[in-house]
Design a protein. Structure first.
Length: 353
């Protein structure tokens, strides 16, 4: 196949060279002569490619390769003139044969030398282009690994924060209600096990994310009983959408700790997901005490909000690809709204049990 490609390419070159002469009227001898010159170069091309590959393996320096090809251009050009002359010699109508005239021999040599330089120029350009594409692919892979490392580092910030808060809550129940503490530990173990299952994935399906959230909510229901009500209102079509792993838990935890925990009457939390155009809109709403008077998203030092925001910035870096807002609700409470690009999991995606 490569030999056929080389032959076809040089045939096209021969046809291209023959076209200008044919404009003044077709002359078969000139056309055949152009094709013979091109086909002889097709014969030499594999050798040129092999020599260039050997030179590159010996030294990657462009200057050394260029100097070597400059020296090699002389024997290759002479060989081209000789072989082309021998092939064309039985055709007397090709009167510019280099073996018939010294003047045309010089012309053939100079033309062959320019052609050889053009071959090497095109070859080096293609090699540079391939190296550039390879470097771009390698750079993209490095950037992806850096983003993944950054996301993992951010997630590692969340998990100790969550563990500290949960273990603190469990320890407060140990003396008063050991049975309740035991159940909370079991739910924590299930949550951590499923979290580890998703550790290698920056994104999981919304169904998987809700399964993780269920275990966290089970812990909170054991603590607060009927004081805190949580409703999940999700469009079925959104369950296969991809979302950042464990991004709902810190938002719900914030709603409980900062919005509802301090109220004797407790309150309600609503987690919703729906399509909004070509995006997935996820909301976490509570009817708690609301945001402090001087609170701002840019100045917030809360771990959950800050890390969630940084994870979204790392995952969805294109302008307008995502939106993240934390607002005061009319009346009372807080609304966290996230807009994500709508990507769906493949049909064979694994579900968390």
């Amino acid at each position: 196949m490569p030999a056929l490609v080389i032959l076809l390419a040089w045939t096209a070159v021969g046809a291209f060279q023959a076209v200008p002469d044919a404009l003044d009227g077709f002359k078969w001898n000139e056309t055949i002569g152009k094709f013979i010159e091109a086909w002889v170069w097709a014969l030499f091309t594999p050798a040129i490619l092999l020599v260039d590959r050997r030179l590159t393996s010996v030294s990657p320096s462009v200057f050394i390769i260029a100097a070597a090809h400059l020296v090699l251009s002389i024997p290759f050009s002479l060989a081209h003139a000789l072989i082309a002359g021998l092939v064309m010699y039985p055709i007397p109508a090709i009167w510019w044969n280099p073996l018939r005239s010294t003047e045309f021999a010089i012309y053939f040599y100079l033309g062959g030398w320019i052609t050889y330089c053009a071959i090497i120029g095109v070859l080096q350009t293609l090699k540079y282009h391939n190296r550039f594409l390879s470097s771009q692919v390698a750079l993209a892979q490095v950037e992806r690994r850096l983003v993944e490392s950054h996301l993992n580092a951010l997630r590692l910030q969340l998990e100790p924060h969550f563990l500290f808060n949960t273990l603190n809550a469990i320890s407060s129940e140990l003396a008063a209600n050991p049975e309740l503490a035991r159940e909370m530990i079991e739910d924590l173990g299930a949550l951590l096990r499923q979290s580890l299952d998703c550790q290698g994935s920056t994104e999981i399906t919304l169904a998987q994310e809700l399964a993780l959230l269920d275990h966290y909510l089970a812990i909170q229901k054991l603590r607060f009983g009927d004081r805190i009500q949580v409703r999940i209102q999700v469009e079925p079509a959104t369950l296969s959408a991809l979302v950042p792993s464990m991004f709902l838990q810190p938002l719900v935890e914030n709603a409980i700790r900062h919005g509802l925990e301090g109220r004797l009457s407790g309150g309600q939390i609503l987690v919703s997901a729906e399509h909004v155009g070509a995006q997935l809109q996820v909301k976490v709403l509570d009817d708690g005490v609301g945001l402090p008077p001087q609170w701002g998203l840019e100045t917030s030092r809360g771990v959950g909000i800050r890390v969630t925001r940084e994870r979204l910035q790392a995952l969805y870096s294109e302008p307008g690809e995502y939106d993240f807002s934390v607002l005061r609700r009319a009346g009372a409470g807080t609304e966290v709204m996230i807009l994500l690009p709508l990507h769906r999991a493949e049909s064979g995606a694994r579900d968390i049990e």
